[in-house]
Design a protein around this ligand. Structure first.
Ligand SMILES: C[S@@+](CC[C@H](N)C(=O)[O-])C[C@H]1O[C@@H](n2cnc3c(N)ncnc32)[C@H](O)[C@@H]1O
Length: 406
């Protein structure tokens, strides 16, 4: 069925919203003020989903994506909106979500920008029939990629170099991560069957620092090194590291600003990964405790403690929902940076008992952030939020919230 629809706003996933006979319709790649002819692709009781067949009125905020795969690949979804408007959209989205789910009224907030392109230091490619690429959004429909505008040029170089390699026929996924502007690079092949390791090493060793097959390093060093400010971080493939290196410095500075560190502070860095935020703020406080579930990340965190000559930090491996109740760590300030799912109930109970004077909540998911702020509101009052654009050309936004003890 085809309809003509006027788009009035964007939803949280960056889709255009319009109405057909009073029923909401979500339209990919459609912007406010546009009038589009659409084909319904899904019909549910409460909403439609539709795709654009023809654009009858075009928004002045629309730009033409410089990417040949934009219509097909699920990598990004806001490249058709100019960057200034992307930032405005993400800020308003964050503000509205905090209002809707946590009842917080915010007039305005800072929005920190990023390089628009070539910012990603990490990618996981799917491999099909020896070709590397992405899946279409929410599907297993494969799209071969020769180059991607979000990836650091070093990753695109490797993509070119690997094209046609016969060993890719035995590979399911390839992870590539590059640090120090392409100086150090790790690549991991996740095989379906035995791989000819000699052939892999021969083909790409001149381009990379380390090559892994699954969890085994078959060439080079276990970790690669990144620098944020004056701090050095060794990172293993299994460890989380922020994907936008340049903007990570701005993110960590925002956390430091919210923390207002003092040499009397004892800080808990929960979900610490390879010890990144904790080590960044350690020179400005008395002591830091880091907690992280991935043991390989803690191996790197302890090495990072050494290479940064930092003595006032200690790391613990464990799940926050159990280990915090066992360790009884005391702190007057807490930083949390959980995965998209946010804080679990047990961790929130611990924070409600610990009652630090400040809680800095770093989140890549404003919905779970808002839920958790609400759950913690009996003890903590929302103070400020700063949004950081870690993921340009996608709908995602990073948030740094400062909560204070009531
Ligand atoms: C968004 S990352 C933040 C990492 C770090 N703060 C940084 O900036 O690099 C979330 C981290 O939480 C860890 N994690 C996930 N669930 C956890 C849990 N239940 N307990 C402890 N750590 C967890 C993940 O392994 C990951 O390293």
């Amino acid at each position: 069925m085809e309809f003509q629809v006027e788009i009035t706003r964007l939803d949280d996933q960056g889709r255009g919203i319009g109405y057909i006979d009073g029923k909401i319709v979500f339209v990919e790649n459609a912007l406010p003020q546009e009038v589009v002819r659409v084909l319904i692709t899904k019909e549910k009781k409460k909403f439609y989903e539709a795709k654009v067949i023809e654009r009858l009125v075009t928004s002045s905020d629309r730009i033409t994506p410089n990417c040949p795969y934009y219509d097909r690949c699920g990598g990004c979804n806001l490249m058709h909106l100019n960057y200034r408007k992307q930032l405005e959209y993400k800020k308003q989205k964050g503000i509205q979500i905090l209002k809707k789910f946590a009842g917080i009224e915010i007039e305005d907030a800072d929005m920190i920008d990023s390089d628009e392109f070539y910012y990603r230091n990490k990618v996981v490619f799917h491999v099909e029939d020896g070709k590397m690429g992405y899946y279409q959004k929410e599907s297993h429909h494969f799209v071969e990629i020769d180059t991607c505008l979000l990836l650091h040029p070093k990753i695109n170089q490797l993509l070119t170099e690997l094209k046609g390699a016969s060993f890719l026929n035995s590979v399911e996924n390839v992870m590539i991560r590059t640090f120090q502007d392409g100086l150090e690079t790790q690549i991991v092949f996740y095989p379906q069957e035995n791989l000819n390791q000699e052939e892999i090493i021969h083909r790409i060793k001149h381009l990379v620092t380390s090559i892994y097959v699954d969890n085994t390093c078959i060439y080079g060093t276990d970790e690669i090194l990144e620098k944020i400010g004056d701090r050095n971080y060794l990172v293993r493939p299994e460890s989380f590291f922020q994907v936008n290196t340049k903007t990570t410095k701005k993110l960590y500075e925002t956390v430091k600003e919210a923390l207002q560190p003092s040499m009397d502070d004892v800080v808990l860095d929960l979900y610490c990964g390879a010890g990144t935020i904790g080590l960044y703020i350690a020179p400005y406080v008395k002591y830091v405790y880091g907690v992280e579930i991935v043991k390989e990340a803690i191996i790197s965190a302890n090495k990072n403690k050494e290479i940064n000559r930092t003595k006032n930090i200690e790391f613990y491996t464990g799940d926050t929902k159990t280990i915090l109740h066992q360790l009884h760590l005391q702190a007057n300030k807490v930083i949390v940076d959980p995965p998209r799912s946010g804080l679990d109930q047990k961790t929130k109970e611990y924070l409600l008992k610990l009652t630090p004077e400040k809680l800095i909540y770093v989140s890549c998911n404003p919905v779970t952030l808002a839920r958790d702020i609400k759950d913690l509101s009996e003890k903590y009052q929302f103070q400020t939020v700063t949004f950081v654009d870690m993921f340009p050309n996608t709908e995602h936004v990073e948030c740094v919230c400062l909560l204070k003890l009531r």
